[in-house]
Design a binder for this molecule. Structure first.
Ligand SMILES: [Zn+2]
Length: 162
């Protein structure tokens, strides 16, 4: 193994990637050859590595969450009486997502580590709350209609990020 390849892996969209650290004057994070490659002036600066990785996850999550949300909101626009919610990404302690009364959909940043289909499950679940606030039988009927495989995806999500 190369010296600068860390014996640690990080999840991104459901896959494990080894971390490769490269000394370079420009700070950058990219996916290359099945690895997450981080270049920075001091590859032994663990705190910087962590910060760079975290902001990379945030950037990727903004892109992927927004495009998945846009895709599913179009399907839901006939169902919902509300305006399109704003998307916000946060580190949440106990939830994958929530939708507030002032129409903000908050997704947990940690979801970027999960498979894409599991992120979609969380988005569709929250979109169903535009119509039904509680987890009543109508809520589950709507969820079942839009995403018949949701139970499998829910378990998959819990397993992949446990
Ligand atoms: Zn819910």
């Amino acid at each position: 193994m190369e010296a600068n390849v860390r014996d640690e892996t990080h999840l991104y969209l459901g896959r494990h990637y080894r971390l490769r650290l490269v000394e370079g004057s420009v700070q950058a994070v990219k996916l290359t050859q099945g690895r997450i490659e981080i270049s920075l002036p001091d590859p032994f600066d663990d705190r910087r590595v962590k910060t760079l990785l975290e902001s990379w996850y945030r950037e990727k999550s903004m892109f992927h969450f927004q495009s998945l949300f846009d895709k599913h909101f179009i399907i839901f626009s006939g169902v919902s009486v509300r305006e399109k919610p704003l998307l916000r990404i946060r580190n949440l302690r106990t939830r994958w997502g929530s939708i507030s009364d002032d129409n903000v959909l908050t997704l947990n940043l940690q979801l970027i580590r999960a498979p894409r289909e599991c992120i979609e499950y969380v988005i569709v679940h929250e979109l169903c709350h535009l119509k039904h606030h509680n987890h009543n039988s109508e809520f589950y009927m709507l969820l079942e209609k839009h995403l018949p495989g949701w139970k499998r995806l829910k378990s998959k999500l819990e397993l992949s990020l446990s």
